[in-house]
Design a protein around this ligand. Structure first.
Ligand code: S3P
Length: 442
């Protein structure tokens, strides 16, 4: 495979040790910007993830009329978002690689009756958007696109509340409908058959919205009255468990490691990866548990571990949906098979992640088996040969996962393109090197 100047190579060099601060949570960062831009007053945001995906959402909020400023203080950057009546953007809204930004802003913009064009990079242009445009169209939104994908055009239309049962456990669909519902006439009811991350619900409440949540016979029921205004509220963003997972995984599989990752969100709807590696025998512990802005947070210590394969049930998928690539790498080092069930959503992430994981593992001497919605990784009991070059398909999590593999494999592991890592975790390479990782430019 051709490796451009954007490639990186990970070399095993002994243990990882030290402390790292997890970067701000990506999901909460997008929401803080969107909520701040919709709210009356000024929202101050601390701990915002300054990755490319989130910066695209910040640019979209500016284009829609909100004030978005970054101040550098002694305690780090503080973002100030001044809410506004949204106006039609002059140019198309471009979301790069970011499904979350694009889908949530589409919902919110539909609720505000705007005209706008939405677009993204090659990866985002390949991802399904019908799952968002369908419920929004049921609410009365006018959205056109050639094949249910980007680019798409939103035209002004008044929205009405709907009763909607989510077809997949997706926080993006749930959040797009809730954001649209804020600007709709009448109440919107959403039934969520399986719970997904609840940051939108928590933030709606923090911004003063009247959201009612109860358990119905067929799932969790959310009810939101239309025509509500949000009130600005400060947001302190905890560290992203999906990013922390790479550091914790590396410490678990590289011999002689002991790493403390500080300030990690441990919301149970996001903590499936930590639960799973604990089941596999990983030596991890939560220290200094506390609350930050209504979310549970801890410092997580991880040490080198002997791991065994496990079955990861479908019921856990939503709570670790972004962590399957790194779990697959961890599973490669375990004794025995790890079977992951109910993972069909991985086919429509930044890449077809099941295919990308299998190809990456095969290139490094690890056998797998898969079906439409399951994956088995045949663990090598600590002895992963490595030596392969992995195609990352514009997918940051594939890139980081296989670099982590290279830190513990017998031979070096290369990735073809590290540039997308900056979409979610710009400090990844520097933080890993700070812990002792040997990552080299190709
Ligand atoms: C996200 C939800 C998940 C996740 C994505 C972030 C969110 O997507 O994969 O990285 O912030 O709501 P789905 O809702 O499509 O599962």
């Amino acid at each position: 495979m051709k490796v451009s100047g954007r490639g990186l190579r990970a070399v095993r060099r002994g243990g990882l040790t030290g402390e790292a601060l997890a970067p701000g949570d990506k999901s909460i960062s997008h929401r803080a910007l969107i909520f701040g831009a919709l709210a009356d007053g000024e929202t101050t945001v601390r701990g915002l993830l300054e990755g490319h995906d989130v910066l695209r959402t910040a640019a979209a909020m500016r284009a829609l009329g909100a004030g978005v400023e970054r101040d550098l203080t002694d305690a780090g950057p503080v973002w100030r978002i001044l809410g506004a009546e949204w106006r039609d953007p002059v140019r198309p809204l471009y979301f790069g690689n970011s499904g979350t930004g694009c889908r949530l802003v589409l919902g919110a913009a539909a609720g505000q009756g705007l005209a706008a064009r939405f677009d993204g990079d090659q990866s985002l242009r390949g991802r399904p958007m019908k799952r968002i445009s369908e419920p929004l169209s049921l609410m009365g939104a006018r959205i056109s696109s050639e094949d249910g994908r980007l680019p798409l055009v939103l035209s002004p239309a008044p929205l009405r509340g709907i009763d909607y049962r989510l077809p997949v456990a997706s926080a993006q669909i749930k959040s797009a409908v809730l954001l649209a519902a804020l600007g709709a006439r009448g109440e919107t009811t959403i039934i969520e058959p399986a719970p997904s991350r609840d940051h939108t619900e928590r933030m709606l409440k923090a911004f003063g919205a009247d959201l009612r949540i109860d358990m119905a016979a067929d799932g969790r029921r959310l009810r939101l009255a239309g025509g509500q205004r949000l009130k600005a509220s400060p947001v302190d963003i905890p560290g992203d468990p999906s990013s922390a997972a790479f550091l914790i995984a590396a410490a678990t599989i590289a011999p002689d490691s002991d790493v403390l990752v500080r300030n990690v969100l441990i919301n149970p709807l996001r903590a499936g990866f930590f639960e799973t590696i604990a089941d596999m025998g990983a030596n991890i512990s939560y220290e200094n548990q506390r609350e930050l802005c209504g979310e549970p947070v801890a410092d997580i210590r991880a040490r080198s571990s002997s791991l065994r394969g496990v079955v990861v049930p479908a019921s856990r998928a939503a709570s670790m949906i972004d962590e399957y690539p790194i779990l697959s790498v961890v599973a490669a080092f375990a004794e025995g098979e790890t079977r992951m069930e109910g993972v069909e959503e991985l086919r429509v992430k930044e890449s077809d992640r099941l295919a990308a994981i299998e190809a990456g593992l095969a290139a490094n001497g690890v056998a797998t088996a898969s079906g439409p919605d399951w994956l088995v990784v045949k663990g090598r009991g600590g002895a992963v040969s490595g030596g392969g070059t992995v195609a990352t398909h514009l997918d940051h999590r594939i890139a980081m996962s296989f670099l982590v593999m290279g830190l513990a494999a017998q031979k070096t592991v290369s990735i073809d393109d590290a540039s997308m890592i900056a979409t979610s975790f710009p400090e990844f390479v520097a933080l890993m090197r700070g812990l002792g990782a040997d990552l080299r430019q190709e």
